[in-house]
Write a protein that binds this ligand. Structure first.
Ligand code: E4P
Length: 269
């Protein structure tokens, strides 16, 4: 499974690439805002160029902010033209369905935009996927990646069932029971179940589209995303750090360090 860093923070992205564990970057408008707010004064063009250069040879997703089909197509093409020459690694992130309440006929504009951009060889990461059906249609329209939002489905199931929860807590992939029924959203028992169903459907029907598990908030979700065959997981920097931790690792190091024979160290001085 490839590991992407889900961040627009240059320091985090740099670190993940220095560690040699990053296979790509995903950004979204909220992550971009967080990075910009942190820095106060920023030349956004130069800043994004730096991200692209660090990630050279691996995909970087940049999201559109327009919501109509034509708006997304035009903006997607402009973003690609502006940034892809930097390191040839830009993917345009398009919401599967940029729906707002009381949306008009542009409601399903995402699919049209995916088709139009893919047709001119601009790779698309289709975002905000909450059902396997959305993933299937995005793949049909030509998306290179589909991004099911695991954590947000877990939030949705718990909110709908009036459960109190902490967003980063583990939600079992097999779902949670209430009485004798497993809670679900139209047959989706958990975020990881959503990822698994997307993987199965796209594999069963021979799509080249890769499943990019997004909105992962803890290490067990990452493990499960890998177990169910996600092609990619995109992870906040904090989750990447957590993946390296275990109390027995620290304890082991403490004990080994205590036992070091000075002559052994001298051999390498
Ligand atoms: C990735 O592309 C998504 O934008 C991101 O993983 C969303 O994560 P969140 O639900 O924790 O905000």
């Amino acid at each position: 499974m490839k590991v992407f860093i889900d961040s627009a923070d240059l320091d985090e992205i740099k670190q993940a690439y220095e560690w040699g564990i990053a296979d790509g970057v995903t950004t979204n408008p909220s992550l971009m805002k967080k990075a910009v707010d942190k820095r106060k004064k920023i030349n956004l063009k130069q800043y994004i160029d730096q991200i692209l250069k660090i990630a050279k040879g691996t995909p970087v997703s940049l999201e559109v902010t327009e919501t109509s089909a034509q708006g997304m197509i035009t903006q997607g093409k402009k973003l690609y033209k502006l940034f892809n020459p930097v390191a040839n690694n830009v993917y345009i992130k398009i919401p599967v369905n940029p729906a707002f309440k009381n949306a008009d006929k542009t409601h399903f504009a995402g699919i049209e935009a995916i088709k139009a951009l893919s047709k001119v060889n601009i790779p698309v990461n289709c975002t905000l996927i909450f059902t396997p059906e959305q993933a299937l249609l995005a793949a049909k329209a030509g998306a290179a990646f589909v991004s099911p939002f695991a954590g947000r489905i877990d939030d949705f199931i718990q909110t709908n069932n009036k459960m109190k929860f902490n967003k980063t807590n583990y939600f079992p992939m097999e779902g949670k029971e209430k009485g004798k029924t497993t809670l679900n959203d139209n047959g989706i028992a958990s975020g990881i179940d959503l990822v698994a169903q997307c993987v199965d459907i796209l594999k069963n029907h021979g799509y080249k589209t890769e499943v990019l598990a997004a909105s992962l908030r803890n290490t067990r979700q990452v493990r499960e995303a890998a177990l169910v065959g996600a092609d990619i997981s995109t992870l906040p920097f904090s989750v990447i750090q957590d993946m390296l931790k275990h109390p027995k690792t620290y304890e082991g190091m403490k004990n080994f360090t205590k036992d070091i024979v000075p002559d052994y160290v001298k051999l390498t001085k």
